[in-house]
Design a protein around this ligand. Structure first.
Ligand SMILES: NC(=O)c1ccc[n+]([C@@H]2O[C@H](COP(=O)([O-])OP(=O)(O)OC[C@H]3O[C@@H](n4cnc5c(N)ncnc54)[C@H](OP(=O)(O)O)[C@@H]3O)[C@@H](O)[C@H]2O)c1
Length: 360
């Protein structure tokens, strides 16, 4: 197949600037990378608010970069994968010899100098909203086409589900256990609800209003909507209506100044209860010391997921255990040139209503 010499990509030239369609040269394929022809890419709802503000030194990447935290495509050239192979591509880039140095494409890099070295490389910090992408082989996940019988564009759903899977692995969720997820109606938190349900857990989808969490209970098996009032005694009662919780997943959104459900959830956990902090806020949480000791609680944070976890998630999809097609979400396709419309749409839509993608 003859390759063009250039390709189109949606680029953020700098923060406090609109993204724009640019023409870039087709990159050279180096050892350990793959050139991929992109079929579709995920559009994140939170890109506009991040890009429109001054660059946040704690939570950004050096511009310019191609946007897009996930993509689906076919291998053109690689020393690892065969041409034509269908692949999913993700955003979690780590140092090859040390996972503590990392970046998340489109979003941010970690504070270590080694992480800054990673994000200084254009293709490493660049995402998938483009016609082609040069991708490290570790960010490429081959998909067994004969095992899936749905529109490949739905594979972009793996992006949010992978974060959810990382968190659920961190608390070691087992079938039959009861987990509360709060809040639960965001893009990542609702993915955790769907996944915990598919893994055989009883799930309490927690939120501030019945109307925001009820659709989750309607859509996914063994999911129960729980609206909390802010009165701790009443809320603990609501969270323990099936008995003490085995696990709690906190998805506090970045616009809140504190983890509003955390303390109540600790009181609702049973002996040996596990907590994973999966949201992203910079404030501190306090832990009732005696309660944590007396109940043998464990609390941990979890950033993203590992490559092994994402491979395991893909197996759940290929085996039919987890549905990520129209059983999980609708889909809304935009042309690459409609990146502005797609970002507006993504900012207003819940993931499982319609997954916004850019389609080549
Ligand atoms: N650990 C990781 O590696 C990782 C990876 C990706 C994302 N994250 C973080 O995960 C967090 C959640 O992301 P997300 O996309 O699922 O959700 P989000 O869009 O950040 O937040 C939406 C959710 O927060 C709730 N919410 C918003 N304002 C609220 C308020 N004042 N009081 C109570 N609830 C409120 C919403 O409830 P309503 O439906 O009631 O409005 C909805 O459930 C973010 O902080 C994100 O940065 C972490």
């Amino acid at each position: 197949m003859s390759l063009p010499s250039t390709y189109k990509a949606v680029v953020l030239p700098q923060y406090e600037h609109e993204v724009e369609l640019q023409t870039l040269p087709i990159p050279e394929v180096q050892t350990g990378t793959a050139l991929v022809k992109i079929e579709s890419s995920l559009v994140n709802g939170d890109m506009r608010p991040i890009f429109s503000k001054p660059r946040n030194p704690m939570f950004s990447l050096p511009p310019p970069f191609v946007i897009g935290t996930a993509g689906v495509g076919r291998i053109i050239k690689s020393d690892t994968y065969k041409p034509g192979q269908l692949v999913f591509m993700d955003s979690m880039v780590t140092s090859r010899d040390d996972p503590s140095h990392f970046l998340v494409k489109t979003i941010f890099d970690a504070p270590s100098p080694q992480s800054k070295d990673l994000s200084a490389v254009f293709h490493k910090r660049s995402g998938y909203s483009a016609e082609y992408a040069l991708v490290d082989v570790e960010n490429v996940y081959p998909i067994n086409e004969s095992a899936i019988n749905f529109d490949h564009d739905y594979l972009n759903n793996l992006s949010r589900l992978a974060v959810a899977f990382g968190g659920l692995k961190a608390v070691g969720l087992k079938p039959g256990e009861t987990i509360a997820i709060a809040p639960s109606s965001g893009a990542f938190s609702s993915a955790a609800v769907a996944l915990a349900s598919a893994l055989g857990a009883r799930v309490l989808a927690v939120g501030r209003s019945e109307s925001s969490v009820a659709p989750l209970a309607k859509k996914f098996k063994n999911v129960h909507a729980v609206a909390l009032s802010g009165n701790q005694d009443e809320d603990v009662k609501a969270l323990t209506k099936f008995g003490p919780l085995n696990a709690y997943m906190d998805f506090t959104p970045s616009n809140l100044s504190s983890a509003i459900y955390f303390k109540t959830a600790l009181h609702a956990l049973g002996f040996g209860g596990r907590v994973v902090l999966s949201g992203f806020i910079w404030s501190e949480v306090s832990i009732p010391y005696g309660l944590a000791v007396g109940k043998n609680l464990s609390v941990r944070g979890k950033i993203m997921y590992t490559r092994a976890e994402l491979k395991e998630l893909i197996q759940l999809v290929e085996s039919g255990t987890l549905r990520i097609d129209d059983q999980y979400s609708g889909i809304k396709k935009f042309a690459l040139s409609e990146f502005n419309e797609s970002m507006d749409f993504a900012g207003k839509t819940k993931t499982f209503d319609a997954l916004p993608i850019l389609k080549n």
